[in-house]
Design a protein. Structure first.
Length: 424
């Protein structure tokens, strides 16, 4: 069995002690009687925190919740953790959430997004709201634009049945990218309670400028990968991976979004995600504006840039200009202030899922998703998906590249470029 532990977590004695408390119980959601054995074990301690994690398709959520209710396994200390996707559009998501609400209070439901459990994402809040350096320069007056990218090298092999008809927009943008956008754009909550954090995130989602009709065509790109070279070998295309003769399902999305608020007016947010790309990377780029006056007229100054990398490394990088120490003349060059969280001595780290499950046991919902967030995200996504269904504007890109040329054209039309982290 593959270990899912980091080196510092591999304490054989602690693992052996923990395994004494693990009791495997098999149930069949098509057979209510099979839950009796689970009930017998749980009733040995009738008042503990009970956390049910439903790693099943959402279509089964209501069925499982109903069985838990029937067997009287839902108490005030019960928490339900559910995976995305919560539906495939707003109406279907409301059906699922309504069904869960029949058995659980909203405070008992933990909609998980593992990106929110990453240490760097949590440090994003600490950086924003714990440092006046960033607090005072986190708006349209100082920031030129923001990029949020989640690139994947993998294709859809093994997930074809799920992915076909869903695509990158609903699989990645509706949850992961919009959640990261919320954390970047939200106003400071009064405190770090889940209620206040959810409230600020919902404000961001509801303030997203709607994309409908021709605005979708002008501000978005969708594409699908075809066979190409990756890692010194030829990789198959989407149609080969899904064994289909034709498909309009996108595996790549680029979107230019705006938030209608005083804080972010005229600041574009460029969202990008795709499969079978040249690199595996998730990062947020905060591009600051140019200096008001360049007093070095013969030198090209690069604008400051804050790069928040989520994977493969977890780090913060501040790109800035400094004097070149190797030159007697006043020559400036770009330098990087680099904070790599994995290199900090004595730092605790673990997998995002473990962090989130511990939070769920502790009753902390701040890193989970509220029902109203799900609804607001779908309200913004649905018109984009509907417009795409009316057009045949599906671009193609080769596996192992950085995506379609149309995505580059989207950002270049504004005089900007996608930022690509260079390997060190």
């Amino acid at each position: 069995m593959r270990s899912n532990l980091l080196d510092e977590e591999k304490d054989p004695q602690a693992i052996a002690e923990f395994l004494k408390h693990v009791i495997p119980v098999q149930v069949d959601i098509e057979n209510a009687a099979s839950f009796d054995n689970l009930k017998a074990h749980l009733l040995q301690n009738p008042n503990p925190v009970r956390l049910f994690y439903l790693a099943v398709p959402p279509v089964f959520y209501a069925q499982v919740a109903g069985l838990l209710k029937e067997k009287q396994l839902i108490t005030s200390n019960t928490r339900l953790v559910v995976e995305k996707p919560i539906g495939f559009d707003l109406p279907s998501s409301e059906i699922i959430n309504d069904a869960l609400a029949d058995y659980f209070d909203e405070e008992q439901i933990y909609r998980i997004d593992h990106y929110l459990g990453k240490e760097t994402v949590q440090n994003l809040l600490a950086m924003r709201f714990g440092n006046s350096l960033f607090e005072r320069f986190w708006d349209a007056h100082a920031i030129d634009h923001i990029q949020i990218s989640i690139n994947e090298r993998v294709g859809v092999k093994g997930r074809a049945d799920y992915y076909e008809g869903i695509g990158a927009l609903k699989d990645m943008v509706q949850n992961h990218l919009l959640q990261l956008l919320c954390l970047i754009a939200m106003e400071s909550p009064n405190d770090l309670t889940s209620e206040n954090i959810h409230c600020e995130k919902i404000k961001v989602l509801k303030a997203l400028r709607p994309l409908t009709g021709d605005a979708v065509n002008k501000n978005s790109v969708r594409a699908q990968y075809v066979a190409g070279g990756l890692n010194d070998q030829v990789e198959s295309g989407y149609l080969e991976d899904t064994e289909l003769t034709q498909s309009s399902t996108e595996t790549f999305v680029a979107i230019k979004a705006h938030i209608n608020s005083w804080t972010w007016s005229k600041v574009p947010f460029y969202l990008r995600t795709g499969k079978r790309l040249s690199n595996q990377r998730a990062e947020i780029v905060i591009q600051f504006k140019d200096v008001s006056l360049n007093i070095y007229p013969d030198q090209l100054l690069q604008a400051n840039r804050l790069v928040i990398q989520l994977q493969p490394e977890e780090r913060l990088q501040l790109h800035m200009m400094a004097k070149d120490r190797e030159s007697l003349a006043t020559q400036l060059k770009p330098v990087i202030l680099d904070l790599n969280f994995l290199e900090q001595k004595g730092s605790y780290r673990s997998f995002a899922y473990k962090r989130l499950f511990l939070d769920a046991v502790d009753g902390n919902r701040s890193l989970f998703i509220h029902r109203d967030e799900v609804a607001a995200a779908w309200q913004w996504i649905d018109p984009i998906a509907q417009q795409w269904q009316k057009s045949n504007d599906l671009h193609l890109y080769r596996a192992g590249t950085d995506g379609p040329e149309a995505a580059d054209a989207l950002i270049r039309a504004d005089g900007r470029e996608w930022f690509e982290t260079t390997e060190e």
